[in-house]
Design a protein around this ligand. Structure first.
Ligand code: FES
Ligand code: FE2
Length: 384
């Protein structure tokens, strides 16, 4: 692999190039990134609101890996590999409520919602439910490390990342004022977009406000280019903020209630941050949102979008208006991320250049990718 090209990404912004084409088009590089960027650290998988009540279980495929998101009987959200310890059968193949145990449909081995193997019928022959060598205490479901913050279920598939609170300490501190109950708006406050682009293009576009005047003319009317500021935490997260957030109102002037105890800054500010690698977050005085990017392959990404409020019983009509407004904004971005993806099919593209004034947060993301990939390649090559 050509690490010289990645070196060009890590230069200072005025002379840096963007990531080479193969980071958007090649299955081999996608697989490397899957390990180096997604599995090695904390990636967003879903939201805790996807499993509201004890026993709720949702099978998910993330990076090709079959996982099971479940809220156990005691209310703890857990993530397991969605496979039976007997012959590897998929345990749950559609969202459902687990009433008793998770029963494998193949030979009926049963697991508790906490992952314990509780029964192995006829495993020692007809009528014999135990067998030598089959130690139930060693054959529970394989759990994936997980952590919930901003209602996002973050997972560390490699199992050896620093604890989430350490890895993301400064972002957690930055938004400490929002570290309080976030209420998912329910079925009117979630939607999904499938975009034909690499997941990184969605991140890169989200990080910058440079495109606002041309891609989001409606937003730009009140939140202009000059009202925005960069958010830059090298190696961890980046994004942008606005100083002129305006609350949505209904016909009678009604608004969403504010999150309690916010400082003055949030009277008019809003911030939009990518927690590397794949979670796009937004906070405002009266609502927040999370977008989980689920890579489907080098050229396709599913975006799962969820909106949150300060109280559980907000006005459904106003909520719907908010969802519609954000959906419009995110749909306006599709043609540019898909256009950039198509552009990466020409070998003439050299990764492009960055505006030193406007593209800082995007360049930081590129540098993070380049750093991680170079470190990953150094270890993989050293092992060969
Ligand atoms: S594969 Fe699950 S019980 Fe046999
Ligand atoms: Fe945009």
């Amino acid at each position: 692999m050509d690490t010289t090209t990645l070196s060009a990404v890590r230069r200072q912004i005025s002379s840096a190039h963007g990531l080479p084409n193969e980071h958007y088009t090649s299955q081999a590089v996608f697989n490397e990134e899957r390990e180096a960027l997604m599995m090695a650290g904390w990636s967003g998988l879903a939201v805790a609101a996807d499993v509201q009540a004890p026993g709720d279980a949702v099978p998910l495929t993330f990076l090709g890996i079959p996982l099971l998101l479940i809220r156990d009987r005691s209310g703890i959200v857990r993530v397991f590999h969605n496979i039976c310890r007997h012959r590897g059968m998929i345990l749950v193949d559609a969202p459902r409520k687990i009433e008793g145990a998770i029963r494998c449909p193949y030979h009926s081995w049963c697991y508790s919602t906490e992952g314990r193997l509780v029964s192995t019928p006829h495993v020692g022959g007809p009528g014999q439910n135990t067998a030598e060598g089959i130690d139930k205490s060693l054959l529970g479901l394989i759990e994936v490390r997980s952590h919930i913050w901003m209602d996002v279920v973050w997972i560390n598939l490699s199992g050896d990342a620093h604890p989430f609170e350490t890895a993301n300490a400064d972002l957690i501190a930055r938004w400490a004022e929002f570290d309080k109950p976030l209420y998912h708006g329910g079925s009117d406050s979630r939607f999904q977009l499938t975009v034909n682009c690499n997941w990184k293009l969605a991140v890169e576009n989200y990080c910058e406000s440079y495109h606002l005047p041309w891609v989001h003319p409606d937003l730009n009317v009140y939140s202009r280019l000059e009202d925005h500021y960069h958010i830059e935490a090298p190696g961890r997260y980046s994004g942008q903020g606005t100083r002129v957030y305006r609350q949505l109102t209904d016909d009678k002037g009604g608004m969403f209630p504010d999150f309690a105890g916010l400082s003055n800054k949030w009277d008019t500010a809003a911030e939009y941050i990518t927690a590397y690698p794949n979670v796009l977050l937004g906070v405002h005085r009266d609502h927040a949102f999370a977008i989980i990017l689920v890579p489907q392959g080098p050229g396709q990404t599913v975006e799962n979008i969820h909106l949150y409020y300060a109280q559980p019983d907000t006005d459904p009509a106003l909520r719907m208006r908010n969802t519609t407004q954000w959906k419009q904004v995110f749909e306006e971005d599709i043609f540019v991320v898909e256009g950039m993806q198509r552009g990466r099919r020409t070998p003439a593209f050299d990764g492009g250049r960055f505006s030193p004034a406007m593209d800082g947060p995007t360049h930081l993301f590129h540098s993070w990718v380049a750093d991680r990939m170079m470190a990953h390649r150094a270890t993989t090559n050293a092992c060969e």
